[in-house]
Design a protein around this ligand. Structure first.
Ligand code: HEC
Length: 143
């Protein structure tokens, strides 16, 4: 009578361990130039990601693309130049608030994006980081 219960308990423990290992082993972005996993973007709050996604689509996607991979008028936000070590969150806030003179690409300057609160901007960055975390980065310059 006792044995099946023990087996079930062991099976449950094994399943739990396997799930934790599988989730923990979730691959994070690799630097396409070095192949190294060095960005360590943490998992972002899903509620803020969802809200940031709506704000991103309304304010940024026309130039940076709805899937972040860029358009004819703006660069891909998945370019490795936008990894957090090179463009930290403050660089995003500054780009939104003050605009950006063209310096990495030939698309021209980015004008400031008006009408966004600090919370809105933080949510947009949260969405961008989560997408970068999941999708990884493209080489710069693009090949
Ligand atoms: C009208 C088009 C347009 C819109 C809208 C736009 N961008 Fe840009 N953005 C650009 C262009 C063009 C560049 C490239 C500048 C360069 O050559 O480095 C750029 C560059 C950037 C950069 C790089 C900043 C740096 O320091 O190099 C960030 C970050 C960025 N955009 C974020 C955003 C976010 C977030 C939004 C929405 C709130 C947004 N952009 C909306 C066109 C746009």
């Amino acid at each position: 009578m006792k044995k099946p219960m023990v087996s079930i308990a062991i099976a449950a423990v094994v399943l739990a361990v396997v799930s934790i290992v599988a989730l923990g082993g979730n691959s994070s972005p690799r630097d396409p130039m070095t192949g190294q996993n060095e960005f360590d973007i943490p998992v972002q709050d899903p509620v803020l990601v969802a809200e940031g996604g709506d704000l991103y689509r309304a304010n940024c996607a026309a130039c940076h693309g709805s899937n972040l991979t860029g358009t004819a008028v703006g660069p891909s936000q998945l370019s490795v130049v936008y990894q957090p070590g090179h463009h930290p969150n403050e660089a995003y806030i500054s780009a939104i608030r003050n605009g950006v003179p063209a310096h990495h690409w030939d698309f021209g300057d980015m004008a400031p994006v008006v009408g966004l609160s600090q919370g809105d901007m933080d949510r947009i960055v949260t969405f961008v980081r989560e997408t970068q975390r999941i999708e990884g980065f493209e080489a710069y310059p693009p090949r």
